[in-house]
Design a protein around this ligand. Structure first.
Ligand SMILES: N[C@@H](CCC(=O)N[C@@H](CS)C(=O)NCC(=O)O)C(=O)O
Length: 199
């Protein structure tokens, strides 16, 4: 299997950590959707990171779609079995992914759009959504379920927080999310995270 994309993308990184935790062998190709557009397009013309090329040559995209396939391949899930626990796990994953999406929106707004074209009401809206996602995620993690560590909810929360802190530090209130910060520090020290460093 080939995982295409840079590890400074939270979506690529969550797939890389998942591959490690599921003990699935893969080759990582750090191709950038921006700096290596043509090389990326030669693999996946949609130019979306992550892209996963299966051993049969099927080209998959979207981290959640890829993770669903990897869990089928491995024959196990990184999450709790009971339905009520699954709902809570999916809520945590959804909040973390929303935080990633809103952080990426701000990064694109600030780094790709010319300053004279910035639209303040849109930026305010995204910041408000981002703040809501972090606050709700922190509330979930302040009383963590027993199954959290090692789960998809756990790794996606940590990947999201590292991405925000490293990419757009001014968008996160340092100290406002202690449970999230502590979970991330522990996750980043594990072999699966260290094998897939942010940079
Ligand atoms: N929902 C997607 C989001 C993936 C995504 O937006 N990736 C970014 C890199 S962080 C990308 O491919 N950007 C290039 C583009 O959208 O043109 C996922 O979970 O994989």
């Amino acid at each position: 299997m080939r995982l295409i994309g840079m590890l400074d993308s939270p979506y690529v990184r969550r797939v890389a950590v998942t591959l490690r935790l599921l003990d699935l062998p893969f080759a990582h190709e750090p191709v950038s959707v921006f700096r290596h557009y043509d090389a990326f397009a030669a693999i996946n013309p949609v130019v979306k990171a992550p892209t996963l090329v299966t051993d049969d040559g099927v080209v998959l995209m979207d981290s959640s779609v890829i993770i669903e396939h990897l869990e089928r391949l491995a024959g196990r899930r990184l999450g709790p079995g009971p339905l009520a626990d699954h709902a809570r796990a999916q809520r945590i994953v959804g909040l973390a992914l929303a935080a990633c999406e809103k952080t990426v929106s701000l990064v694109y707004e600030f780094n790709l759009r010319p300053q004279e074209k910035h639209h303040a009401p849109w930026i305010d809206r995204v910041r408000t959504q981002l703040g809501a996602a972090w606050s709700l995620l922190e509330a979930e993690l302040a009383s963590p379920p027993a199954w959290l560590e090692g789960s998809q909810a756990w790794l996606t929360s940590a990947v999201a927080w590292t991405f925000a802190v490293r990419t757009l530090p001014e968008s996160v209130e340092a100290g406002a999310y202690p449970s999230l910060a502590a979970l991330t520090a522990r996750a980043e020290a594990t072999p699966a995270f260290q094998a897939a460093p942010f940079d």
